[in-house]
Design a protein around this ligand. Structure first.
Ligand SMILES: [Zn+2]
Length: 300
């Protein structure tokens, strides 16, 4: 009988994780609450999906700013010193992470750490890993799991909350991924034209090809030879759509569309959602669902 009671107690501890048999330790801004900084919106959203309201999550790159070129403010640097955890994408999306104190570096989780990166040739004989890992739903789910494992290890009192939240969203991520897989089976074209080379992981996931006007970063002028090749490709292959993305100048995409008779449409990197979008309930999943609608329209 006594054995059974002990077994039940243990089960309760495992299931609810909140009995604090050896005394609870607390970290963060409020009792037991983790203070987490995230680098830019998709990382923020994946983190919020795991922790819900049981941690304080502060996003660093403001709405409308380009994550590729963001520099931290002095106030944000001070804030990072007080964090329990700092979650970044990695693969050099966060240039500001190159030069941090040892204290701050020790708190960083690179959310993309076990994702197989795509190597992209940036100039002859030189490659770079594509940093846009989160634009793949399969990758984003792995990143969410990495985040979940980290917060579980940092705050085991809330382990069950984090596990439940992760499990709930993992199903939704799998569902949307399945919709992509189904949709591409009826595509009549597999090449899509984008302004910024940010969709290589989507292309890899679903057997598509991205043809990009610009490079991996969002700066620099478009190469005239690349633009000429894209115009020829559009004309030769009856391509209907040139995609641009939020927070990036769309003038070259518009010019190419005008030149070829194609239309322009938005394909989002989910890099920055406006406050209005967030207030309206938009998130990583809803924007990626809108991307699927745009791809179906362009490629079916
Ligand atoms: Zn980018």
């Amino acid at each position: 009988m006594k054995k059974n009671i002990i077994a039940i107690m243990l089960l309760l501890v495992i299931t609810f994780g909140g009995l604090c048999l050896s005394g609870c330790t607390t970290t963060g801004s409020e009792e037991g609450e983790l203070k987490i900084y995230t680098s830019f919106y998709p990382i923020y959203d994946l983190t919020k999906k795991v922790v819900g309201n049981s941690a304080e999550v502060i996003n660093l790159v403001p709405v409308g700013e380009d994550a590729h070129h963001y520099e931290l403010t002095p106030k944000q640097m001070v804030g990072l010193e007080t964090a329990d955890l700092i979650i970044i994408n990695g693969l050099d999306m966060e240039h500001w992470a190159d030069d941090l104190s040892a204290n701050i570096l020790s708190k960083i989780l690179v959310a993309s750490y076990n994702i197989a990166a795509i190597d992209i040739e940036i100039e002859l004989g030189s490659t770079r890993e594509d940093p846009h890992t989160w634009t793949s739903i399969k990758n984003a789910k792995i990143m969410m799991e990495n985040i979940k494992n980290e917060v579980v290890s940092l705050n085991s009192d809330n382990a069950q909350v984090y596990e439940n939240n992760y499990a709930k969203y993992a199903i939704l991520f799998d569902g949307l991924d399945y919709q992509y897989e189904q949709a591409v089976t009826s595509f009549t074209s597999t090449t899509f034209i984008v302004s910024h080379k940010a969709f290589g992981y989507i292309a890899r996931d679903y057997g598509l090809t991205q043809m990009a006007i610009g490079g991996l970063e969002t700066d620099g002028e478009a190469d005239p030879a690349t633009v000429a090749d894209i115009i020829d490709f559009i004309n030769d292959n009856n391509i209907t759509t040139v995609f641009y993305q939020e927070s990036i100048n769309s003038s070259i995409a518009v010019a190419i569309a005008n030149e070829t008779g194609a239309s322009v449409d938005m394909l989002s990197t989910v890099q920055g959602l406006s406050k209005a979008q967030i207030d309206a309930g938009e998130d990583y999943l809803s924007i990626m669902a809108q991307n699927l609608v745009a791809l179906i329209k362009a490629l079916s």
